[in-house]
Design a protein. Structure first.
Length: 261
């Protein structure tokens, strides 16, 4: 039986104005997968997620979601199709309550300012019980781990098919990082497909079905999460310089790739 990818990215070039970042990126994410995008700061991970969501000004190539070309669609339309996002830096409204921040996750699917329906709220509180205890609390008073849980809840309340996670472990203590990844495990088990960009390679690979390694805006290796962990060669891709694994052989079940010029 042929499996149709939920998301496909084909020869994607993207950047900001005249500043190129991504150079010929191609990848796919199948429904139900947890796929990680890894690389050092500035490798292009966040730009990939922004391009999928329609937030980069200069984009060439194809991005398809559920078989539909996203090229001419607005950010709002992409969200309505079923793409959710956990943005870098959380971007919560500190002077609004937990419930009010959750409600913002339904925009543009519902009228701005309307409260979430009870069923949607109950589903979030079941998945993230700590938020129920803090539901009337201001977001600005939450701990770092609680704030990240709220960011996840806000992204999930619209019931996306695909969740884009941009550096969700950034700024969290090690214990909170573990809790956050355990939460993403539960999210995936609930039926949401995950594409995660993060610098915490070891934690991400322990959960990921597959991963792509980025360097200077291109995919330089890909493979299963366990395969990349077992090979222990990720450090090579996090160091600057011309070193690359040979392009004509596989490293275990890791496929090295040369950047597209």
């Amino acid at each position: 039986m042929t499996v149709t990818a939920l998301l496909t990215v084909d020869d994607l070039h993207a950047g900001y104005g005249r500043i190129p970042v991504l150079r010929g990126v191609s990848l796919h994410v199948d429904a139900g997968e947890f796929v990680a995008v890894l690389g050092a700061n500035g490798a292009g991970k966040s730009t990939l997620l922004k391009a999928i969501l329609g937030l980069t000004a200069a984009t060439v190539g194809k991005v398809r979601f559920r078989g539909q070309d996203l090229g001419r669609l607005s950010v709002a339309r992409r969200i309505r199709l079923g793409i959710g996002v956990i943005p870098e830096g959380r971007q919560l409204f500190s002077d609004l309550t937990v419930i009010e921040n959750l409600a913002l996750g339904l925009y543009p699917k519902r009228t701005f300012g309307s409260l979430p329906p009870r069923g949607a709220m109950d589903a979030i509180f079941e998945l993230l019980p700590a938020l129920k205890e803090r539901s009337r609390q201001l977001a600005g008073s939450l701990s770092g781990g609680e704030a990240q849980m709220l960011t996840i809840g806000r992204a999930l309340i619209a019931r996306p098919k695909l969740l884009l996670c941009d550096e969700p472990s950034l700024g969290l203590a090690p214990l909170r990082v573990a809790e956050m990844f355990e939460t993403l495990d539960r999210v995936r088990r609930s039926g949401v497909t995950i594409l995660l960009a993060d610098q915490n390679a070891n934690a991400a690979l322990r959960r990921a079905d597959r991963a792509y390694v980025f360097e200077t805006g291109a995919v330089v290796a890909s493979g299963t999460g366990s395969g990349l962990l077992e090979e222990g060669r990720l450090g090579e891709f996090y160091l600057s310089g011309p070193s690359r694994p040979p392009a004509d052989r596989s490293i275990g079940n890791v496929v090295p790739r040369e950047p597209t010029n």
